[in-house]
Design a protein around this ligand. Sequence first.
Ligand code: ASP
Length: 387
Amino acid sequence: MGEIKRKVLVLYVGGTIGMQKNEYGVYMPVPDAFVNKIKSTSEMHDAKIATKYKIDLNENELILPNLGPNLIIYRIKEYHPLLDSSNMATKEWIRIAEDIKENYSKFDGFVVLHGTDTLAYTSSALSFMLENLQKPVIITGSQIPVFESRSDAKENFLSSLIFAGCYNIPEVCVFFANKLLRGNRTTKVSSNCLDAFDSPNYHPLATTGIEVNLHYHYIAKRNSSSKFSVHTNLSSNVGRLTFYPTIASEQLESFLKPPIEGIVLQSYGAGNISSNRTDLLKVLKTAVDRGVVIINITQCSKGSVSVTYEAGKALEQLGIISGGDMTAEATLTKLAYILAMPCSYESRVKLMKSNLRGELSSAIFKYHNNNEKETASGSIATLPSCF
Ligand code: ASP
């Protein structure tokens, strides 16, 4: 009959989703346990479907119960060791990107099972590393392990497999608690709610309820002739600093010391710092003169920076760049991506101000910086790596 077979590769990196309590009563990842549990969960694997449609599953393959015209066959690749995401950084982002690259032509989509703590950093980093992505990459996890009765694991994993296998969403996304969010717009907002992630400055790409509602207008459009490529060069000389009233110039100075090359500066409200603190302004100016790329974003959980106050103007005058409405996770990983390019300071600044993967609402930028030539809000600029 007309069944469409779709193949999804699942990279199981770690996280609560597959953790169990050890003898001290704390959660830790347990090798092989997650895959065995999934294999024995009828909503996640139905061998009878394979028999019915004469599909020869190999040892590592699973198949979802019948979903209309689509048959989703998936393979779980478990990482060794499995990681709590608090122990992940650049090296692990590169490994995930390389695994996607290696398997790109063999699968219709990808799911990454990940701990929630640094999930938004990974989703942001991958969005920059995977250029001209034409297939869905859905990152998910859970707040309660799959082994526990009230777990959110099954629902998050199942929906992620459906998005990765059945929909044309050429983006790195996060699926969590009925929402599909753009990966580089996502941030973790709760350590204990099942609805743990939000995309404060961008509409969800899809929501799931009785029906799956895709919000096409918000999903990236790709030119299918652009070649997919993976960037695995990232700078580690980047930092994130939240401004606070009692900060001492010595603290700021030590934070900005070489080898730091770029920082995310989280200022107050719409982009302000204390303009009467000439000691701090002097330290920031010295860093900018040394070529440190400093991006100003708000420490508020929603909104963007703009030059509305004298206190914000002071940063602009020092050569500190407005990060618009980018999340801290997107800003930090974008810096790591751009600072690894062999570019001039001016090119790096231009790239940081550009909307590369839908991480930045260009309209906000245009509004506050009339000289910038930017694309419309939500669309993604196709830029050469360096110019
Ligand atoms: N500490 C865990 C992690 O990030 C938390 C989780 O997965 O929810 O791996």
